[in-house]
Design a protein around this ligand. Structure first.
Ligand SMILES: Cc1cc2nc3c(=O)[nH]c(=O)nc-3n(C[C@H](O)[C@H](O)[C@H](O)COP(=O)(O)OP(=O)(O)OC[C@H]3O[C@@H](n4cnc5c(N)ncnc54)[C@H](O)[C@@H]3O)c2cc1C
Length: 325
């Protein structure tokens, strides 16, 4: 059977998430090996700009499921749209980025078509007629090799594992998916959203992430030192769990096993010891810089550049130098 892949695009009220391009890269890798085609599916409301942004990546078609009842990413409704497309078009693989968005929606869609799911995929290869996936488990300490039974394979891929494809000329036609609104499940409804204040990029999307740990003593210091350094570099802020538990930073900033997984070009760990649960969220970074007053801190074992210094002295100097450029 020809490989027919459906890539689920992720966006935030129309703003395309860059991690979508890792899922596209995965799809391109699979069809380069086995032949076939991939489509990209975008679900939401008022999607013309988002859909246009997706026509440059070699998809056979960009499918647009646009309806007011799909304005917010409610998993029961999105999963039904996906399962309908899978059944109608003979899709053999469905892929999304390894984000909370895809991890919320894709397992439900998989269940609706009685298929299996594998998360956090970092590599794929063909073994005879089967596909073999490598995925990270246990905070990155174990790499599992898995196969999925069943006609359709659902998976999420780690952003750092698949290099974003470059933009080509506009090549993919758009196709609107008809939504039978009264057939959509109403198990959940949208109540409201508490969004972080705009200004800094999201840590999962940013090229530079500056994270603070227990070495920071207060929310004011966090904003001045971590926020200041991030702003000087045009980056995002992150936090260790120690600061979240201490009430210094909100949970949404936590990086790690039970927080966000980030893979920027540059990660600066400020006053962070380097516990394994923290490393699980950032060790795919290209260049890691650590600032810590303890020369024996484990973070230095994985850092590309280390500065043994008191952050209250070093970081203001760094900010001043960067801002003076
Ligand atoms: C199931 C589970 C899940 C977890 N999930 C996560 C997770 O997702 N993310 C996460 O981060 N943690 C997680 N943790 C917690 C993790 O084990 C660590 O406790 C946490 O990461 C420690 O945070 P920290 O490095 O900020 O603090 P610490 O380990 O206390 O380190 C603070 C560091 O700051 C340095 N320092 C202090 N003052 C200064 C100064 N003035 N100048 C320079 N350096 C200074 C110290 O030398 C030290 O190295 C999890 C734990 C468990 C059990």
């Amino acid at each position: 059977m020809a490989t027919n892949i459906l890539v689920l695009a992720e966006h935030d009220h129309g703003q395309l998430k860059q991690a979508t391009l890792s899922a596209v890269a995965f799809a391109a890798k699979v069809i380069a090996e086995a032949g076939g085609t991939f489509d990209i599916l975008v679900i939401g409301h008022q999607l013309s700009v988002t859909a246009e942004a997706l026509i440059h990546y070699g998809a056979a078609t960009v499918l647009v499921a646009d309806h007011v009842r799909l304005e917010h990413p409610l998993a029961d409704k999105y999963a039904q749209v996906i399962s309908g497309i899978v059944q109608a078009r003979g899709v053999t693989m469905v892929v999304g980025s390894a984000s909370t968005f895809s991890k919320d929606i894709l397992p439900r869609a998989a269940a609706l078509v009685d298929s299996g799911m594998v998360s956090d995929v970092i590599d794929v290869r063909k073994d005879g007629a089967s596909w073999v996936f490598r995925r990270v488990m246990f905070a990155g300490n174990v790499i599992a090799t898995v196969q999925l039974d069943g006609p359709v394979k659902f998976l999420t891929v780690r952003a750092a594992a698949f290099t974003h494809p470059s933009k080509q000329g506009p090549s993919s036609p758009l196709e609107n998916i008809t939504i039978e609104a009264d057939q959509l499940p109403s198990l959940s409804g949208y109540v409201g959203r508490e969004a972080k204040l705009a200004g800094r990029p999201d840590s999962t999307e940013a090229q530079v992430v500056v994270s603070g740990g227990r070495g920071i003593k207060s929310a004011e210091d966090f904003e001045r030192l971590i926020g200041g350094l991030a702003d000087a570099l045009g980056g995002a802020v992150g936090s260790s769990r120690a600061l979240v538990d201490a009430g210094v930073t909100p949970n949404s900033l936590q990086v790690g096993q039970t927080g966000k997984i980030v893979a920027p070009s540059l990660y600066i760990a400020v006053g962070i010891s380097g516990a394994i649960q923290h490393l699980a969220g950032m060790k795919d970074t290209k260049v890691i810089v650590a600032i810590n007053k303890d020369a024996e801190a484990p973070i230095f074992e994985i850092a590309d550049f280390g500065l043994v210094a008191d952050i209250y002295e070093a970081v203001p100097q760094l900010i001043a130098k960067l801002n003076a450029r």
